[in-house]
Design a protein around this ligand. Structure first.
Ligand SMILES: Cc1cc2nc3c(=O)[nH]c(=O)nc-3n(C[C@H](O)[C@H](O)[C@H](O)COP(=O)(O)O)c2cc1C
Length: 508
C-alpha cells in the first residue's frame, strides 16, 4: 500500500515579551537536544517580531495526512528542512481536544477528549519551525481552534487544496477556492486574531490568469505566504505539474510563494533547486519525495533507506508514536520493497516493538516503553474515561495527572491486556473462540459479556462459572473489549501464558 496524493485529512501579530524560562536540556537517543520549558504550562515563548517565521528561501516538508506526525517532522528538520507542516487537522477535531503537558516525553499533546488519542503532538525542538495546517470552512471556528495551538506553533496554514469528497462536502479544501469570499473571511479572521503568521495552500485553477487573480485576492488578506500546488482539483499525481502557473503567481505576488507539486522530478537536493528556479519561487514544499525518503532534505545527498527507517523508528519510540501510524509511514518508505522477505515480515508486524525488532531496535523500543511506563506516561494503554474527564477539566494541573489502573474492583480479575487483532489471523484463534471451546470442554457453560461504553471507549466484563474478568485497557470498540476480557480469562485459567502475552506485546 502506498499513500495517494490527496491534499487533505481522511476523516474525516502582535508582540509579547520574550520569556526564556528555565530550560532543561535532555539528550535523547534520536540525537536531539530537547530544551524543555520548565514553566508549568510548558508553553514556549510567544514569537516576537524578530523571530517570527519567515517563508523566504525555505525548503519545507509539505502537509501530509498521517505522514506529517512528530517523528517525521523531526527527522525532516534533522536532515535540513527549514519548515515542517503538520498533517491537515480539522478544526472541530482540535476543538474537541485538550492541551496536556507531557513531562515524560517532553512534548505538548493535544488529546481528543472522547477517546484519548493524540490529535497533535509537538515539542520544543520544532517550536519555531512547525506550521499547523488546518482544515476549516468557518472563520470563527478556525480562529477558536487556532487560538488553542497558537502558542505552541510557528504558524497556521489553511488547506484550500484538498479535493476529497469529505473536505469538499464540508466546505473545506478546494471548496474554499470556489467560495473566495469565505476563503478571504477565514484568512482575514485568522490574520487579525492570531499573533503567529497565517498562510494558505492552494491548487491551481484550469486558467492561469484566474489562478493569479485568486492568489492575488488571497494575498491581500495579510497572509505571510502562499503555497501553490501546480495541479488542478481534477488532476492526479501522474499529471504533470503546471510549473509555469506557479511561476506566473510568483511573478505577480509580493509575498513569498511556495512551489509545490514537483516530487516526480525530485530525486536529489539539486532537483529541489531546479524546481525552485523553474517555478521562480522563493521557497519549495516537498511531499511525496520526502514521504519516500525524507533525507531528500540533506544537502550532502540522500541516505540509504535503511538508515532513514532506523532513525525514523528511534524517533517514533522516543516520542511514543503509535504503532499503526509508524507502520503506515515505514510502508510508504518501503513501497516495492514490501515484496522482499523482510518487507513481508514487516507487513505482519503490528506493534511498534515488532516493527522496531525488524531493524534491530526491538530491545531499544521495549526498554524505552518500560521507562515511559515507570515515569507515568499516559499512553494509549492508560487511556480511560476517568483520566479523560479529569484532564479535560483541568489539563494544566500536574496534580490531576492520574496514574490509573483501570476501574477494577477487587472481585473482578483484572489485567491490562491490549487486544492486538493481527495476532489472531483466523477466527478459531480469537480469544473468545478459544475461551468458548475451552469452557465447553470443561462443562463450565457459556461465557457472557457485559460491555460499557463511555465516549468512544469500551470496556467489557466477562462472566464465567461465577467469576468475572476484565482488561483495564479501554478499547476502541465493543468487539475488541470483549476479546481483551477473554484474553484475561484465558490467562487467568492457565490457557495462555503471561510470558507469551508479554512477548507479543499484549502486556507491557
Ligand atoms: C500521503 C499524502 C498526504 C497528503 N496530505 C495532505 C494534507 O494533509 N494537506 C495538504 O494540503 N496536502 C496534502 N497532500 C498533498 C501534498 O501536500 C502535495 O500538495 C502533493 O503531494 C504534491 O506535492 P509533491 O509533488 O511534492 O508530492 C498529501 C499528499 C500525500 C502524498
Amino acid at each position: 500500500m502506498t499513500a495517494t496524493e490527496d491534499d487533505c485529512a481522511n476523516s474525516g501579530p502582535g508582540e509579547q515579551p520574550s520569556n526564556n524560562g528555565n530550560l532543561k536540556v535532555i539528550r535523547t537517543e534520536s540525537g536531539f537536544e530537547e530544551a524543555i520549558a520548565s514553566e508549568s504550562n510548558g508553553s514556549s515563548q510567544v514569537k516576537s517580531g524578530a523571530n517570527r517565521l519567515s517563508y523566504s528561501d525555505k525548503t519545507i516538508l509539505a502537509p501530509m495526512v498521517r505522514v506529517g506526525t512528530l517523528p517525521m517532522r523531526l527527522l525532516a528538520l534533522q536532515f535540513g528542512a527549514d519548515i515542517v507542516y503538520t498533517e491537515e487537522l480539522i478544526d472541530w477535531k482540535l476543538l474537541r481536544s485538550f492541551r496536556r503537558v507531557n513531562d515524560v516525553l517532553g512534548t505538548i499533546d493535544f488529546v481528543d477528549e472522547t477517546d484519548g488519542t493524540i490529535v497533535f503532538r509537538t515539542c520544543s525542538r520544532e517550536r519555531e519551525q512547525v506550521v499547523l495546517q488546518m482544515g476549516t470552512s468557518d472563520p470563527q471556528r478556525a480562529l477558536k481552534a487556532a487560538k488553542l495551538v497558537e502558542n505552541d506553533v510557528a504558524g497556521i496554514d489553511i488547506n484550500m487544496g484538498c479535493p476529497k469528497e469529505f473536505s469538499v462536502k464540508g466546505g473545506m479544501g478546494v471548496a474554499l477556492m470556489a467560495d473566495i469570499e469565505k476563503a478571504k473571511n477565514v484568512l482575514e479572521t485568522l490574520v487579525s486574531g492570531l499573533r503567529c503568521p497565517v498562510t494558505c495552500k492552494v491548487r491551481v485553477l484550469p486558467d492561469v490568469d484566474r489562478t493569479v487573480a485568486v492568489c492575488q485576492t488571497l494575498a491581500m488578506t495579510g497572509i505571510s505566504a502562499i503555497g501553490v500546488h501546480g495541479r488542478t482539483r481534477d488532476e492526479r499525481p501522474q499529471h504533470s505539474n503546471r510549473n509555469h502557473y506557479i511561476k506566473a503567481v510568483a511573478n505577480a505576488l509580493s509575498i513569498p510563494v511556495i512551489a509545490n507539486g514537483g516530487s516526480k522530478e525530485i530525486e536529489s537536493f539539486e532537483d529541489i533547486k531546479k524546481f525552485k528556479n523553474e517555478t521562480g519561487c522563493s521557497s519549495v514544499m516537498i511531499a511525496r519525495a520526502a514521504e519516500w525518503n525524507v533525507s531528500i532534505f540533506r544537502k550532502e545527498g540522500r541516505l540509504p533507506l535503511d538508515d532513514v527507517i532506523k532513525k525514523y523508528l528511534v524517533l517514533s519510540v522516543d516520542y511514543d508514536n503509535n504503532g499503526s501510524n509508524t507502520k503506515y509511514c515505514v510502508q510508504n518508505m518501503l513501497r516495492e520493497l514490501q515484496e522482499t522477505p523482510r518487507g513481508k515480515l514487516f507487513l505482519e508486524a503490528q506493534t511498534l516493538e515488532q516493527i522496531c525488532a525488524i531493524w534491530g531496535l526491538g530491545d531499544y523500543c521495549r526498554a524505552r516503553q518500560l521507562e515511559f511506563k515507570a515515569a507515568g506516561l499516559l499512553g494509549r494503554r492508560e487511556i480511560c474515561p476517568q483520566v479523560l474527564r479529569q484532564e479535560s477539566n483541568d489539563s494544566e494541573s500536574p496534580a490531576k495527572k492520574l496514574k490509573l489502573e483501570g476501574n477494577c474492583t477487587s472481585n473482578i480479575v483484572t489485567m491490562k491486556v491490549a487486544y492486538l487483532r493481527s495476532l489472531f489471523p483466523s477466527d478459531n484463534d480469537l480469544p473468545k473462540s478459544r475461551l468458548l471451546a475451552w469452557s465447553r470442554k470443561q462443562k463450565l457453560g457459556m461465557p457472557s459479556y457485559k460491555t460499557i461504553q463511555e465516549g468512544k471507549l469500551f470496556q467489557s466484563v466477562l462472566t464465567l462459572d461465577g467469576k468475572q474478568y476484565t482488561s483495564s485497557m479501554w478499547e476502541k470498540n465493543k468487539r475488541w473489549a470483549e476479546q481483551g476480557a477473554a484474553l484475561v480469562c484465558l490467562c487467568s485459567v492457565g490457557q495462555v501464558d503471561l510470558s507469551t502475552l508479554k512477548a507479543d506485546g499484549s502486556v507491557l
